[in-house]
Design a protein around this ligand. Structure first.
Ligand SMILES: Nc1nc2c(c(=O)[nH]1)N[C@H]1C(S)=C(S)[C@@H](COP(=O)(O)O)O[C@H]1N2
Ligand SMILES: [Mo]
Length: 240
């Protein structure tokens, strides 16, 4: 039994029902103890498959972080290849699909009910600038675990509302400091920096850190389209 399993036990039944798309109303109407209900809770409480779980626990060394006093609030330069998309927060859903047993469609309220992680890291852009930033949000591994990926999952694709796209190796996606952030430097994430939800991680270059993420697809192989900048010749792994 791993940490993921333990941490997921902290979610209340109500949260599990909400996240899995069943309201408490349908739960009441269906009645407690129906096979469907027990199946659902059984599925959601199962540990993450062994391969991905061992990735999380064995090979993921945390990157040292910075002090609060080292944050550089003016240094993060907005870098958008196109326009800033307009996203209606009420209608916004993060879709998680692909090779998973439990596809997800999560509202921001559901995402913000998950455990909050905060980190102070350096963002590095290939164009020659860097910034120490505090990001807060949910660990991507938390969301991946809820989706119950199959054993053959090797990559995560990220689709953004501005047409940007990215792909990551699954080990990097499951790193404990790879977050889906909704706060920057202690404030709600500004729209230009990717609100409502963006990737943030100290292990990858800036162009891997998709802003305005709307869909995560967990897949077993890479398509010829690996990422907006990668498809123009930039390195795919882009590790720091
Ligand atoms: N959707 C989307 N995400 C993106 C980009 C983009 O153009 N669109 N640019 C990337 C690049 S090159 C960098 S350096 C960072 C910049 O993040 P910031 O604009 O919050 O500083 O976002 C990355 N994520
Ligand atoms: Mo960048």
């Amino acid at each position: 039994m791993g940490l993921i399993y333990l941490r997921r036990q902290q979610l209340t039944r109500r949260q599990l029902l909400k996240i899995s798309g069943l309201s408490s109303i349908s739960f009441l109407l269906g009645g407690c103890g129906t096979p469907a209900f027990e199946d659902l809770i059984g599925t959601l409480s199962e540990p993450l498959n062994q391969k991905l779980e061992s990735l999380i626990f064995n090979s993921q060394k945390p990157v040292p972080e910075f002090y609060f006093s080292e944050i550089q609030p003016e240094a993060l330069i907005v870098n958008s290849f196109r326009y800033t998309p307009i996203i209606d927060i009420e209608k916004y859903r993060l879709i998680v699909d692909g090779e998973v047993n439990n596809p997800l469609s999560l509202s921001m309220a559901e995402i913000q009910a998950l455990p909050l992680t905060s980190m102070i890291i350096r963002h590095v852009c290939v164009e020659g600038w860097a910034a120490i930033v505090q990001w807060s949000g949910v660990r991507l591994q938390e969301i991946v675990a809820l989706a119950q990926p199959k054993n053959n999952v090797k990559y995560a694709y990220f689709k953004s509302a501005d047409g940007y796209y990215e792909s990551w190796d699954i080990a990097s996606a499951l790193h404990p400091q790879t977050l889906l952030a909704y706060e920057k430097n202690g404030e709600p994430l500004p729209v230009d920096n990717g609100a409502p939800l963006r990737l943030a991680s100290p292990i990858k270059l800036g162009y891997k850190q998709s802003k305005w993420v709307t869909r995560i697809s967990l897949v077993s192989s890479l398509s010829p389209f690996k990422g907006y900048w990668e498809d123009q010749g930039y390195e795919w792994f882009a590790g720091l």
